[in-house]
Design a protein around this ligand. Structure first.
Ligand SMILES: NC(=O)c1ccc[n+]([C@@H]2O[C@H](COP(=O)([O-])OP(=O)(O)OC[C@H]3O[C@@H](n4cnc5c(N)ncnc54)[C@H](O)[C@@H]3O)[C@@H](O)[C@H]2O)c1
Length: 254
Protein backbone atom coordinates (compact mmCIF):
# COMPACT_ATOMS: atom_id res chain seq x y z
CA UNK A 1 0.00 0.00 0.00
CA UNK A 2 1.26 3.47 -0.91
CA UNK A 3 1.45 6.15 1.81
CA UNK A 4 -0.66 9.24 1.45
CA UNK A 5 1.42 12.28 0.48
CA UNK A 6 -1.51 14.62 1.18
CA UNK A 7 -0.12 17.97 2.40
CA UNK A 8 3.39 17.05 1.22
CA UNK A 9 5.48 18.66 -1.49
CA UNK A 10 7.43 16.40 -3.86
CA UNK A 11 10.06 17.43 -6.42
CA UNK A 12 10.99 15.30 -9.43
CA UNK A 13 13.82 16.27 -11.79
CA UNK A 14 13.89 14.94 -15.33
CA UNK A 15 10.10 14.90 -15.08
CA UNK A 16 9.27 15.66 -18.72
CA UNK A 17 8.96 11.96 -19.58
CA UNK A 18 9.83 8.39 -18.74
CA UNK A 19 10.53 7.38 -15.14
CA UNK A 20 10.41 11.00 -13.90
CA UNK A 21 6.94 11.68 -15.28
CA UNK A 22 5.66 8.31 -14.01
CA UNK A 23 6.96 9.21 -10.54
CA UNK A 24 5.39 12.69 -10.65
CA UNK A 25 2.08 11.03 -11.59
CA UNK A 26 2.40 8.60 -8.67
CA UNK A 27 3.20 11.39 -6.17
CA UNK A 28 0.23 13.34 -7.54
CA UNK A 29 -2.14 10.40 -7.18
CA UNK A 30 -0.88 9.96 -3.60
CA UNK A 31 -1.89 13.58 -2.90
CA UNK A 32 1.40 15.50 -3.09
CA UNK A 33 1.78 19.00 -4.49
CA UNK A 34 4.28 18.64 -7.29
CA UNK A 35 7.40 20.45 -8.42
CA UNK A 36 8.41 19.06 -11.80
CA UNK A 37 11.66 20.15 -13.41
CA UNK A 38 13.45 19.38 -16.66
CA UNK A 39 15.86 21.01 -19.09
CA UNK A 40 13.49 20.18 -21.96
CA UNK A 41 11.00 22.95 -21.35
CA UNK A 42 8.69 22.16 -24.29
CA UNK A 43 8.21 18.54 -23.15
CA UNK A 44 7.97 19.63 -19.52
CA UNK A 45 5.05 21.93 -20.35
CA UNK A 46 3.22 19.02 -22.00
CA UNK A 47 3.89 16.81 -18.97
CA UNK A 48 2.76 19.55 -16.57
CA UNK A 49 -0.47 20.05 -18.54
CA UNK A 50 -1.17 16.31 -18.31
CA UNK A 51 -0.56 16.33 -14.55
CA UNK A 52 -2.76 19.41 -14.04
CA UNK A 53 -5.56 17.89 -16.11
CA UNK A 54 -5.41 14.86 -13.78
CA UNK A 55 -6.19 17.31 -10.96
CA UNK A 56 -2.73 17.65 -9.42
CA UNK A 57 -1.20 20.88 -8.14
CA UNK A 58 1.87 21.48 -10.29
CA UNK A 59 4.75 23.93 -10.37
CA UNK A 60 6.79 23.33 -13.54
CA UNK A 61 10.30 24.74 -13.66
CA UNK A 62 12.73 24.68 -16.56
CA UNK A 63 16.03 23.69 -14.97
CA UNK A 64 19.32 22.29 -16.21
CA UNK A 65 20.65 20.33 -13.23
CA UNK A 66 24.25 20.88 -14.33
CA UNK A 67 23.83 24.60 -13.61
CA UNK A 68 24.13 25.34 -9.90
CA UNK A 69 22.37 28.72 -10.15
CA UNK A 70 19.39 27.22 -12.01
CA UNK A 71 19.14 24.47 -9.39
CA UNK A 72 19.25 26.95 -6.50
CA UNK A 73 16.61 29.08 -8.23
CA UNK A 74 14.41 25.97 -8.71
CA UNK A 75 14.50 25.12 -5.00
CA UNK A 76 13.90 28.78 -4.04
CA UNK A 77 10.87 28.92 -6.35
CA UNK A 78 9.52 25.67 -4.90
CA UNK A 79 9.84 27.00 -1.34
CA UNK A 80 8.36 30.37 -2.29
CA UNK A 81 5.36 28.62 -3.86
CA UNK A 82 4.68 25.84 -1.37
CA UNK A 83 6.64 26.91 1.72
CA UNK A 84 8.56 23.63 2.00
CA UNK A 85 9.93 20.55 0.27
CA UNK A 86 9.26 17.10 1.76
CA UNK A 87 10.51 14.68 -0.88
CA UNK A 88 12.88 14.90 -3.82
CA UNK A 89 13.57 12.40 -6.58
CA UNK A 90 16.82 13.35 -8.34
CA UNK A 91 16.13 11.49 -11.54
CA UNK A 92 17.44 13.66 -14.42
CA UNK A 93 19.98 11.61 -16.31
CA UNK A 94 21.49 10.73 -19.65
CA UNK A 95 23.17 7.61 -20.97
CA UNK A 96 25.88 7.04 -23.55
CA UNK A 97 25.97 5.58 -27.03
CA UNK A 98 27.88 2.49 -25.95
CA UNK A 99 31.52 2.20 -26.94
CA UNK A 100 34.71 0.86 -25.34
CA UNK A 101 36.54 3.37 -23.16
CA UNK A 102 39.19 4.43 -25.70
CA UNK A 103 36.52 5.15 -28.30
CA UNK A 104 34.42 7.18 -25.88
CA UNK A 105 35.10 10.88 -26.36
CA UNK A 106 36.26 12.86 -23.32
CA UNK A 107 33.43 15.28 -24.00
CA UNK A 108 30.92 12.44 -23.65
CA UNK A 109 32.48 11.37 -20.34
CA UNK A 110 32.35 14.99 -19.11
CA UNK A 111 28.75 15.37 -20.19
CA UNK A 112 27.57 12.17 -18.48
CA UNK A 113 29.41 12.97 -15.25
CA UNK A 114 28.09 16.53 -15.37
CA UNK A 115 24.42 15.55 -15.70
CA UNK A 116 24.25 12.30 -13.74
CA UNK A 117 26.73 12.96 -10.94
CA UNK A 118 27.26 16.72 -10.61
CA UNK A 119 23.57 17.27 -11.38
CA UNK A 120 22.62 15.01 -8.47
CA UNK A 121 25.21 16.76 -6.27
CA UNK A 122 23.83 20.21 -7.20
CA UNK A 123 20.26 19.15 -6.46
CA UNK A 124 21.15 17.46 -3.17
CA UNK A 125 23.02 20.54 -1.99
CA UNK A 126 20.06 22.85 -2.58
CA UNK A 127 17.49 20.36 -1.24
CA UNK A 128 19.52 19.52 1.86
CA UNK A 129 20.06 23.16 2.79
CA UNK A 130 16.30 23.50 3.08
CA UNK A 131 15.59 20.05 4.57
CA UNK A 132 18.38 20.45 7.11
CA UNK A 133 16.85 23.70 8.38
CA UNK A 134 13.49 21.90 8.81
CA UNK A 135 15.16 18.71 10.08
CA UNK A 136 12.91 16.65 7.88
CA UNK A 137 12.77 15.29 4.35
CA UNK A 138 13.51 12.35 2.10
CA UNK A 139 15.71 12.19 -0.99
CA UNK A 140 15.91 9.41 -3.56
CA UNK A 141 18.66 9.54 -6.17
CA UNK A 142 18.33 7.68 -9.44
CA UNK A 143 21.24 5.31 -9.99
CA UNK A 144 20.98 2.17 -12.12
CA UNK A 145 22.02 -1.45 -12.19
CA UNK A 146 24.89 0.18 -14.11
CA UNK A 147 25.83 1.74 -10.76
CA UNK A 148 26.26 -1.70 -9.21
CA UNK A 149 28.03 -3.66 -11.91
CA UNK A 150 29.87 -2.93 -15.10
CA UNK A 151 28.43 -3.40 -18.53
CA UNK A 152 30.31 -3.39 -21.82
CA UNK A 153 30.59 -0.05 -23.57
CA UNK A 154 29.19 1.90 -20.62
CA UNK A 155 32.24 2.91 -18.58
CA UNK A 156 31.29 6.59 -18.38
CA UNK A 157 27.66 5.85 -17.51
CA UNK A 158 28.69 3.27 -14.91
CA UNK A 159 31.20 5.67 -13.36
CA UNK A 160 28.46 8.29 -13.00
CA UNK A 161 25.92 5.87 -11.53
CA UNK A 162 28.42 4.22 -9.13
CA UNK A 163 29.16 7.79 -8.08
CA UNK A 164 25.48 8.45 -7.39
CA UNK A 165 25.45 5.50 -4.97
CA UNK A 166 28.57 6.85 -3.27
CA UNK A 167 26.94 10.27 -2.86
CA UNK A 168 23.81 8.60 -1.52
CA UNK A 169 25.52 6.38 1.03
CA UNK A 170 27.96 8.96 2.40
CA UNK A 171 25.47 11.82 2.60
CA UNK A 172 22.87 9.52 4.19
CA UNK A 173 25.30 9.19 7.12
CA UNK A 174 25.72 12.96 7.34
CA UNK A 175 21.97 13.60 7.60
CA UNK A 176 20.42 10.50 9.21
CA UNK A 177 20.48 12.06 12.69
CA UNK A 178 18.90 15.20 11.31
CA UNK A 179 15.65 13.51 10.33
CA UNK A 180 16.53 13.26 6.65
CA UNK A 181 16.63 9.91 4.85
CA UNK A 182 18.63 9.58 1.64
CA UNK A 183 18.42 6.50 -0.56
CA UNK A 184 18.86 5.48 -4.19
CA UNK A 185 16.87 3.45 -6.65
CA UNK A 186 18.63 1.28 -9.24
CA UNK A 187 16.35 0.49 -12.17
CA UNK A 188 16.96 -2.50 -14.41
CA UNK A 189 15.98 -2.27 -18.08
CA UNK A 190 12.91 -0.07 -18.22
CA UNK A 191 10.88 0.12 -21.43
CA UNK A 192 8.43 2.83 -22.46
CA UNK A 193 10.71 5.77 -21.77
CA UNK A 194 12.30 8.17 -24.28
CA UNK A 195 15.72 6.87 -23.11
CA UNK A 196 14.65 3.26 -23.75
CA UNK A 197 13.41 4.28 -27.18
CA UNK A 198 16.80 5.80 -28.02
CA UNK A 199 18.72 2.76 -26.71
CA UNK A 200 16.53 0.30 -28.64
CA UNK A 201 16.79 2.45 -31.78
CA UNK A 202 13.09 3.18 -31.72
CA UNK A 203 11.98 -0.21 -30.35
CA UNK A 204 13.90 -2.28 -32.91
CA UNK A 205 12.46 -5.80 -32.31
CA UNK A 206 15.89 -7.50 -32.31
CA UNK A 207 17.31 -5.09 -29.74
CA UNK A 208 14.17 -5.27 -27.57
CA UNK A 209 14.33 -9.10 -27.74
CA UNK A 210 17.93 -9.07 -26.51
CA UNK A 211 17.02 -6.77 -23.60
CA UNK A 212 14.03 -8.93 -22.67
CA UNK A 213 16.31 -12.01 -22.78
CA UNK A 214 18.62 -10.27 -20.29
CA UNK A 215 15.72 -9.79 -17.86
CA UNK A 216 15.17 -12.91 -15.67
CA UNK A 217 11.54 -11.85 -15.22
CA UNK A 218 11.06 -12.17 -18.99
CA UNK A 219 9.96 -8.62 -19.75
CA UNK A 220 11.16 -5.03 -19.46
CA UNK A 221 10.23 -2.94 -16.45
CA UNK A 222 7.60 -0.23 -16.51
CA UNK A 223 8.34 3.35 -15.38
CA UNK A 224 5.47 3.01 -12.89
CA UNK A 225 7.34 0.15 -11.17
CA UNK A 226 10.27 2.49 -10.45
CA UNK A 227 7.83 5.17 -9.32
CA UNK A 228 6.30 2.73 -6.81
CA UNK A 229 9.75 2.05 -5.33
CA UNK A 230 10.53 5.78 -5.07
CA UNK A 231 7.26 6.48 -3.26
CA UNK A 232 7.93 3.59 -0.89
CA UNK A 233 11.43 4.92 -0.13
CA UNK A 234 9.99 8.42 0.50
CA UNK A 235 7.11 7.16 2.63
CA UNK A 236 6.75 6.23 6.29
CA UNK A 237 6.88 2.48 5.51
CA UNK A 238 10.58 2.99 4.79
CA UNK A 239 11.21 5.02 7.97
CA UNK A 240 14.24 2.86 8.94
CA UNK A 241 15.71 2.67 5.42
CA UNK A 242 18.80 4.88 5.19
CA UNK A 243 21.61 4.95 2.63
CA UNK A 244 20.15 2.04 0.70
CA UNK A 245 20.51 1.41 -3.03
CA UNK A 246 17.34 -0.46 -3.97
CA UNK A 247 17.49 -2.56 -7.12
CA UNK A 248 14.23 -2.74 -9.04
CA UNK A 249 15.52 -4.79 -11.92
CA UNK A 250 13.43 -7.88 -12.68
CA UNK A 251 16.17 -10.03 -11.16
CA UNK A 252 19.19 -9.04 -13.27
CA UNK A 253 21.48 -8.56 -10.28
CA UNK A 254 20.19 -11.67 -8.52
N1 LIG B 1 15.29 3.55 -18.83
C1 LIG B 1 16.11 2.71 -18.24
O1 LIG B 1 16.20 1.53 -18.63
C2 LIG B 1 16.94 3.14 -17.07
C3 LIG B 1 17.68 2.15 -16.39
C4 LIG B 1 18.45 2.51 -15.31
C5 LIG B 1 18.49 3.83 -14.89
N2 LIG B 1 17.78 4.76 -15.57
C6 LIG B 1 17.88 6.14 -15.08
O2 LIG B 1 16.58 6.63 -14.84
C7 LIG B 1 16.55 8.05 -15.06
C8 LIG B 1 15.42 8.38 -16.00
O3 LIG B 1 15.56 7.59 -17.17
P1 LIG B 1 14.47 7.55 -18.31
O4 LIG B 1 14.60 6.23 -18.98
O5 LIG B 1 13.16 8.00 -17.81
O6 LIG B 1 15.16 8.63 -19.28
P2 LIG B 1 14.50 9.77 -20.18
O7 LIG B 1 15.54 10.22 -21.14
O8 LIG B 1 13.23 9.26 -20.67
O9 LIG B 1 14.26 10.91 -19.07
C9 LIG B 1 15.32 11.67 -18.53
C10 LIG B 1 14.85 13.10 -18.40
O10 LIG B 1 15.93 13.86 -17.86
C11 LIG B 1 15.97 15.09 -18.55
N3 LIG B 1 17.30 15.67 -18.49
C12 LIG B 1 18.42 15.27 -19.17
N4 LIG B 1 19.45 16.09 -18.89
C13 LIG B 1 18.99 17.02 -18.01
C14 LIG B 1 19.57 18.12 -17.34
N5 LIG B 1 20.85 18.47 -17.55
N6 LIG B 1 18.81 18.85 -16.49
C15 LIG B 1 17.51 18.53 -16.28
N7 LIG B 1 16.88 17.51 -16.90
C16 LIG B 1 17.63 16.76 -17.76
C17 LIG B 1 15.56 14.76 -19.97
O11 LIG B 1 15.10 15.93 -20.68
C18 LIG B 1 14.47 13.73 -19.75
O12 LIG B 1 13.19 14.31 -19.67
C19 LIG B 1 17.93 8.43 -15.58
O13 LIG B 1 18.72 8.93 -14.52
C20 LIG B 1 18.49 7.10 -16.09
O14 LIG B 1 19.88 7.06 -16.08
C21 LIG B 1 17.01 4.46 -16.65
Amino acid sequence: MVDSFEGKVALVTGAAGGIGLATARAFGVAGASLVVADSNIALLEIAAAELRSAGHEVLAIGCDVTDRSQVNAMIEQAIETYGKLDAAFNNAGINCDGAPLVETEDTEFDNIIDVNLRGTWNCMKAELRHMNARRSGTIVNCSSIGGMRGSKGRAAYSASKFGVIGLTRASALDYAEKGIRINAVCPGIIGNTPMAKRVTKNNNPEIVKAFVAAEPIGRLGEPSEIAAAVLWLCGSAASFVVGHALTVDGGILA
